[in-house]
Ligand binder design. Structure first.
Ligand code: FES
Length: 145
């Protein structure tokens, strides 16, 4: 079986799929490899991510990884969301085929872009190293795989 049961489950029943009208942060990123896009919305209260939604024109693996990523950051401090790596999401899904790993990068970058938007809106200082917004080659080529 190419895809794990968890991947199939999150693909067929995505958690937190949709739009958020009163989001505190919105991140939109594109995948350099396939051109797919992802939008992530977060609601933040006292530094805690109280709600998350995502929307994507990505493939099934992108849907499954974003669904899992939203579950992993919901209810967590925003600083923990920044630590979320695509690797951790892939592990939580019991793996992805190698040629689909780049799809999981989309989810990680969208979370970071949403956090960056939240920080920018609120004038909160941050370490840009932790918030690469996907414009740099490092996101796509190196340590994420
Ligand atoms: Fe584009 Fe998966 S093929 S996100």
């Amino acid at each position: 079986m190419l895809y794990s049961e968890k991947v199939m489950d999150h693909f067929q029943h995505p958690r937190n799929l949709g739009k958020m009208d009163d989001a505190d942060g919105i991140g939109e990123v594109g995948n350099a490899k396939c051109g797919d896009i992802m939008k992530m919305y977060i609601k933040v209260n006292d530094g805690i991510i109280t709600d998350v939604k995502f929307n994507t024109f990505g493939c099934g693996s992108a849907i499954a990884t974003s669904s899992m990523a939203t579950e992993m950051i919901k209810g967590k401090p925003i600083s923990e969301a920044l630590e979320l790596s695509n690797k951790a999401v892939v592990e939580a899904l019991d793996g992805l085929p190698a040629h689909k790993i780049h799809c999981s990068v989309l989810a990680e970058e969208a979370v970071k872009a949403a956090v960056k938007d939240y920080y920018d809106r609120n004038g909160i200082a941050y370490d840009p190293e932790k918030l690469c917004n996907g414009d740099c080659a490092c996101c796509h080529e190196h340590d994420h795989v």
